[in-house]
Design a binder for this molecule. Structure first.
Ligand code: FAD
Length: 117
């Protein structure tokens, strides 16, 4: 079966959005358990990513650039960096990671405040 570039790109945009938004919501000061959970999530995301060719490449990238999960800012910077590695490979523009700050907003209310309301 032939690949479908349109669907592959759509999947990629959706997946990157989930990944970057997860980083934007990760704690500033995670517990060891939270850091370990994010690390496992990233490795499983790479392993189970539905496009096999992409999964293979991304796992190679993880070997070279292991996930950084010690804080929100390090996790967000890491994800931005590895996305740029994929961008470079595909000949796409490089994203300025200094501007990642408020770019990924989950649209969720502050969960704790919501519980109190
Ligand atoms: P995308 O790269 O999908 O980016 C979406 C949006 O995110 C951009 O419009 C921009 O606003 C923002 N953005 C761009 N760069 C960054 C960054 N560095 N940090 C934060 N935000 C950013 N496709 C292949 O053809 N071959 C592959 O091997 C391949 N591997 C992939 C591996 C993974 C893990 C994922 C999630 C996707 C992969 N893809 C691959 C898909 C590819 O990366 C793109 O998602 C797809 O080509 C669509 O590209 P796009 O130009 O719409 O923007």
């Amino acid at each position: 079966k032939l690949g479908n570039e349109t669907l592959k790109a759509e999947l990629g945009r959706a997946a990157w959005k989930v990944l970057h938004t997860t980083m934007a919501r990760f704690p500033d000061k995670p517990t060891q358990d939270e850091s370990d959970a994010l690390k496992s999530y990233i490795y499983l995301f790479a392993r189970l990513y539905p496009c096999g060719e992409c999964a293979e490449h991304f796992q190679q990238i993880l070997k070279k650039y292991p996930p950084q999960t010690s804080s929100r800012s390090s996790a967000a910077a890491w994800a931005c960096f590895v996305h740029n590695v994929v961008n470079e490979r595909k000949g796409k523009p490089i994203f300025d990671c200094a501007n990642i700050g408020d770019f990924y907003d989950c649209g969720c209310a502050d969960d704790e405040k919501e519980e109190m309301a």
